[in-house]
Design a protein around this ligand. Structure first.
Ligand code: DQA
Length: 146
């Protein structure tokens, strides 16, 4: 059976393309979604792509991956640095999560150096822009099935 991957994006990522282009580049979330879909198709994976600005909805989306997805690519945006609820949802879901950030969070403000997600993630990719999503999909595709 084809592996199933959910790509979940948090707050303000719907603004990519126009938001702080000097940090995040000019690629839009729609372009990232299209690139992920195309890549998943090439690898024979099933892929869902989501974005929400709300913390509760982010928790719902992570919970919904339980027993359904083989892996989650998660860019939780600013909730990365603040949300114990998102961290708990990852643990509760019991699905391997690859944390992704377009920017290198460790080369930015100090408050971005803390991630509540990294300690419970399978791995972290940051600083490679939209390519990070493709790298994360590759990482999950290469993992042995649970
Ligand atoms: C981000 C980094 C976060 O610190 C920030 O709040 C975002 C985007 C990134 O993809 O680089 O919204 O997750």
């Amino acid at each position: 059976m084809a592996k199933r991957i959910h790509v979940i994006n948090g707050p303000n990522l719907n603004m990519l393309g126009s938001r702080e282009a000097e940090i995040y580049g000019t690629v839009t979330l729609k372009q990232i979604a299209d690139a992920c879909a195309e890549h998943a198709k090439r690898l024979g994976l099933e892929l869902e792509f989501h974005q929400t600005n709300s913390e509760g909805k982010l928790v719902d989306l992570i919970q919904a991956a339980r027993g359904v997805a083989d892996g989650v690519v998660l860019n939780a945006g600013a909730y990365t640095h603040t949300s114990v609820a998102v961290r708990d949802a990852i643990v509760a879901a019991g699905v391997p999560v690859v944390e992704v950030h377009l920017s290198n969070i460790f080369a930015r403000e100090e408050f971005r150096h803390v991630s509540h997600i990294s300690p419970v993630a399978a791995g972290l990719i940051c600083g490679f822009g939209a390519t990070g999503y493709i790298l994360a999909i590759n990482a999950l595709a290469a993992r042995p099935a649970n």
